[in-house]
Design a protein around this ligand. Structure first.
Ligand SMILES: [Zn+2]
Length: 258
């Protein structure tokens, strides 16, 4: 792939996770060399927030999106809520938050409580949301609607819903995050959405160190591999690499309010 003038924007990269954190400078130098130039680092557990914020502070083009993933929803309480509210001064978004129907624990009720509270916090602090949603699309959209999330919008990370759900997300100012799954052999729904949704709502995401694109599927995902996802999107839309970078980066900056 030729080097694009506009750098690619990775809207979902766990740069604070092992094994990336140990060789982060080298990984990011390799990513920059192939045209990846900015990263949003989402939170997972409240215990990880200090490392997340410290990691982002070390990298010029990295932005923090602290929050509580549904798998850590059991940590939500007055103290963690107050700690998160304080972190938002140095954060671009609240993430990754939502509902995960694949988890047997925390309970759906505990997940909903943490999710709803974080949506409220994001709306009050005027920060967009990074949404994690698996097998709970109807309920996720319902909570976003009820809490007025349209006012802040954000990104649906690793979107796996129907075209109807995607359009509903767009109407609430949420972009669709396209990741490694777009490149998987036999993938149908993702490529179809990437081809048919309005261009201004598509953003790129690596989800490093997970979800490596082809031909590295199943291996540790690396920041430089974002360009493989970009190449697939370029192919699906008939865009040049430069257009793909310009469009998706402009989208990411707009939905993140940069
Ligand atoms: Zn993630």
């Amino acid at each position: 792939m030729e080097t694009a003038r506009e750098a690619f924007f990775d809207t979902h990269a766990h740069l604070d996770f092992p094994p990336l954190r140990e060789h982060l400078e080298e990984e990011l130098a390799q990513a920059r060399a192939v045209g990846v130039g900015a990263w949003v680092v989402p939170g997972v557990s409240s215990k990880g927030w200090p490392v997340l914020m410290a990691t982002v502070a070390e990298i010029p083009a990295a932005l923090a999106a602290p929050g509580m993933h549904p798998l850590a929803a059991g940590e939500w309480n007055e103290q963690t809520a107050a700690a998160l509210a304080l972190l938002l001064d140095d954060a671009v978004a609240v993430g990754e938050v939502g509902l995960d129907g694949n988890l047997s624990s925390p309970s759906p009720a505990a997940q909903e409580q943490a999710f709803r509270a974080q949506v409220r916090l994001a709306v009050a602090a005027r920060r967009p949301l990074l949404i994690h949603c698996r097998k709970a699309m109807g309920r996720t959209l319902e909570i976003l609607r009820a809490e007025g999330a349209r006012r802040v919008g954000g990104i649906f990370h690793a979107f796996s819903g129907s075209p109807e759900s995607a359009r509903e997300a767009l109407r609430m100012n949420f972009a669709i995050g396209l990741g490694g799954a777009l490149t998987f052999t036999g993938a149908r729904r993702g490529p179809e959405l990437a081809r048919s949704l309005p261009a201004e709502w598509l953003v790129l995401e690596s989800d490093v160190p997970d979800l490596a694109p082809e031909p590295f599927r199943g291996q540790i995902n690396r920041p430089a591999y974002l360009t493989l996802i970009a190449a697939r999107l370029a192919d699906l839309r008939g865009w040049s690499p430069a257009e793909t970078a310009a469009i998706t980066t402009a989208n990411a900056r707009r939905v993140l309010g940069l």
